[in-house]
Write a protein that binds this ligand. Structure first.
Ligand code: 4NP
Length: 157
Protein backbone atom coordinates (compact mmCIF):
# COMPACT_ATOMS: atom_id res chain seq x y z
CA UNK A 1 0.00 0.00 0.00
CA UNK A 2 1.71 3.18 -1.13
CA UNK A 3 0.89 6.86 -0.56
CA UNK A 4 2.96 10.01 -0.31
CA UNK A 5 3.84 10.31 3.38
CA UNK A 6 2.96 6.80 4.69
CA UNK A 7 1.28 8.41 7.68
CA UNK A 8 -2.34 8.98 6.58
CA UNK A 9 -3.77 6.78 3.80
CA UNK A 10 -1.48 3.79 3.33
CA UNK A 11 -1.23 2.88 7.05
CA UNK A 12 -5.03 2.68 7.10
CA UNK A 13 -5.01 0.69 3.85
CA UNK A 14 -2.50 -1.72 5.39
CA UNK A 15 -4.52 -2.18 8.57
CA UNK A 16 -7.80 -2.61 6.71
CA UNK A 17 -6.38 -5.06 4.16
CA UNK A 18 -4.83 -7.22 6.89
CA UNK A 19 -8.24 -7.33 8.57
CA UNK A 20 -10.05 -8.20 5.32
CA UNK A 21 -7.64 -11.04 4.53
CA UNK A 22 -7.89 -12.56 8.02
CA UNK A 23 -11.08 -14.43 7.16
CA UNK A 24 -9.33 -16.36 4.40
CA UNK A 25 -6.98 -19.12 5.44
CA UNK A 26 -4.08 -18.02 3.24
CA UNK A 27 -0.91 -16.22 4.24
CA UNK A 28 -0.49 -12.77 2.71
CA UNK A 29 2.23 -10.26 3.52
CA UNK A 30 0.81 -6.73 3.65
CA UNK A 31 2.89 -3.63 4.24
CA UNK A 32 2.83 0.08 3.44
CA UNK A 33 5.33 2.74 2.41
CA UNK A 34 5.55 6.33 1.24
CA UNK A 35 7.09 7.71 -1.93
CA UNK A 36 8.32 10.63 0.22
CA UNK A 37 10.61 10.15 3.21
CA UNK A 38 9.68 13.11 5.42
CA UNK A 39 8.07 11.07 8.19
CA UNK A 40 10.27 7.95 8.22
CA UNK A 41 10.33 6.39 11.68
CA UNK A 42 7.12 8.11 12.83
CA UNK A 43 3.86 6.52 13.90
CA UNK A 44 0.82 7.11 11.65
CA UNK A 45 -0.96 10.46 11.84
CA UNK A 46 -3.10 10.69 15.02
CA UNK A 47 -6.21 11.20 12.93
CA UNK A 48 -5.62 7.96 10.99
CA UNK A 49 -5.07 6.13 14.29
CA UNK A 50 -8.32 7.63 15.58
CA UNK A 51 -10.52 6.60 12.64
CA UNK A 52 -8.89 3.18 12.68
CA UNK A 53 -9.78 2.82 16.35
CA UNK A 54 -13.34 4.01 15.66
CA UNK A 55 -13.62 1.05 13.30
CA UNK A 56 -11.82 -1.56 15.39
CA UNK A 57 -8.50 -1.38 13.50
CA UNK A 58 -5.33 -0.68 15.50
CA UNK A 59 -2.60 0.88 13.36
CA UNK A 60 -0.79 2.61 16.22
CA UNK A 61 2.21 0.24 16.10
CA UNK A 62 3.02 0.91 12.46
CA UNK A 63 6.26 2.73 11.69
CA UNK A 64 6.54 4.97 8.63
CA UNK A 65 9.02 3.90 5.97
CA UNK A 66 9.92 5.00 2.46
CA UNK A 67 9.41 2.89 -0.64
CA UNK A 68 12.57 1.05 -1.69
CA UNK A 69 13.39 -0.56 -5.04
CA UNK A 70 13.37 -4.02 -3.41
CA UNK A 71 9.62 -3.60 -2.80
CA UNK A 72 9.06 -4.13 -6.53
CA UNK A 73 10.62 -7.58 -6.28
CA UNK A 74 9.26 -8.48 -2.86
CA UNK A 75 5.55 -7.83 -3.44
CA UNK A 76 3.10 -9.20 -6.01
CA UNK A 77 1.05 -6.00 -5.98
CA UNK A 78 1.88 -2.38 -5.28
CA UNK A 79 -1.31 -0.41 -4.67
CA UNK A 80 -1.12 3.34 -5.31
CA UNK A 81 -3.53 5.54 -3.36
CA UNK A 82 -3.83 8.04 -6.21
CA UNK A 83 -2.84 8.67 -9.79
CA UNK A 84 0.16 10.78 -8.88
CA UNK A 85 1.55 8.00 -6.68
CA UNK A 86 0.90 5.54 -9.49
CA UNK A 87 2.96 7.72 -11.80
CA UNK A 88 5.83 7.83 -9.29
CA UNK A 89 5.70 4.06 -8.85
CA UNK A 90 5.79 3.68 -12.61
CA UNK A 91 8.76 6.03 -12.99
CA UNK A 92 10.75 4.45 -10.16
CA UNK A 93 10.25 0.87 -11.27
CA UNK A 94 13.71 -0.73 -11.45
CA UNK A 95 12.60 -2.83 -14.42
CA UNK A 96 9.65 -3.00 -16.86
CA UNK A 97 8.96 -6.53 -15.63
CA UNK A 98 7.41 -5.09 -12.45
CA UNK A 99 4.97 -2.70 -14.12
CA UNK A 100 2.11 -5.18 -14.14
CA UNK A 101 2.34 -5.32 -10.33
CA UNK A 102 1.30 -1.64 -10.11
CA UNK A 103 -2.39 -1.07 -9.35
CA UNK A 104 -4.36 2.04 -8.70
CA UNK A 105 -6.34 1.04 -5.63
CA UNK A 106 -9.51 2.67 -7.02
CA UNK A 107 -9.28 0.66 -10.21
CA UNK A 108 -11.55 -2.13 -9.00
CA UNK A 109 -15.00 -0.59 -9.21
CA UNK A 110 -16.85 -1.85 -12.24
CA UNK A 111 -19.53 0.54 -13.42
CA UNK A 112 -22.81 -0.58 -14.99
CA UNK A 113 -21.30 -0.08 -18.45
CA UNK A 114 -18.23 -2.20 -17.68
CA UNK A 115 -15.92 0.80 -17.39
CA UNK A 116 -13.91 1.34 -14.24
CA UNK A 117 -13.23 4.28 -11.95
CA UNK A 118 -9.58 4.08 -12.80
CA UNK A 119 -8.96 7.79 -12.53
CA UNK A 120 -10.39 8.14 -9.07
CA UNK A 121 -8.04 8.96 -6.23
CA UNK A 122 -8.20 8.26 -2.53
CA UNK A 123 -7.94 11.96 -1.56
CA UNK A 124 -4.95 13.08 0.48
CA UNK A 125 -6.43 14.06 3.87
CA UNK A 126 -3.20 15.44 5.38
CA UNK A 127 -4.23 19.10 5.38
CA UNK A 128 -7.88 18.24 6.05
CA UNK A 129 -9.98 17.47 9.08
CA UNK A 130 -11.05 14.33 10.89
CA UNK A 131 -14.05 13.93 8.58
CA UNK A 132 -11.70 13.78 5.58
CA UNK A 133 -10.00 10.85 7.28
CA UNK A 134 -13.38 9.20 7.81
CA UNK A 135 -14.11 9.54 4.09
CA UNK A 136 -10.71 7.98 3.33
CA UNK A 137 -11.51 5.15 5.73
CA UNK A 138 -14.86 4.40 4.10
CA UNK A 139 -13.32 4.40 0.63
CA UNK A 140 -10.48 2.10 1.68
CA UNK A 141 -12.85 -0.22 3.50
CA UNK A 142 -14.90 -0.78 0.34
CA UNK A 143 -11.87 -0.97 -1.93
CA UNK A 144 -9.94 -3.42 0.25
CA UNK A 145 -13.01 -5.64 0.57
CA UNK A 146 -13.18 -5.90 -3.22
CA UNK A 147 -9.44 -6.31 -3.71
CA UNK A 148 -9.28 -9.02 -1.02
CA UNK A 149 -11.93 -11.02 -2.90
CA UNK A 150 -10.08 -10.53 -6.15
CA UNK A 151 -6.72 -11.54 -4.66
CA UNK A 152 -8.24 -14.68 -3.21
CA UNK A 153 -9.85 -15.55 -6.55
CA UNK A 154 -6.58 -14.97 -8.41
CA UNK A 155 -4.71 -17.00 -5.78
CA UNK A 156 -6.95 -20.03 -6.11
CA UNK A 157 -6.87 -20.10 -9.93
P1 4NP B 1 -0.42 10.43 3.04
O1 4NP B 1 -0.63 11.96 3.44
O2 4NP B 1 0.31 10.42 1.72
O3 4NP B 1 -1.79 9.88 2.94
O4 4NP B 1 0.39 9.82 4.17
C1 4NP B 1 0.43 12.87 3.50
C2 4NP B 1 1.22 12.90 4.63
C3 4NP B 1 2.27 13.83 4.70
C4 4NP B 1 2.48 14.70 3.64
C5 4NP B 1 1.70 14.64 2.53
C6 4NP B 1 0.66 13.72 2.44
N1 4NP B 1 3.54 15.65 3.75
O5 4NP B 1 3.68 16.49 2.83
O6 4NP B 1 4.29 15.66 4.73
Amino acid sequence: MVCLGNICRSPLAEGIMIEKLKKYNIYFQVDSAGTGGWHVGSAPDKRSIKVGTENGIDISNQVCRALVSEDYEEYDYLFAMDTSIYKTLYERSPSPEYLNKLKLICDINENYDGSSDENMDVPDPYTGEINDFRIVYRMLDLLCEKWAEKLINNHSK
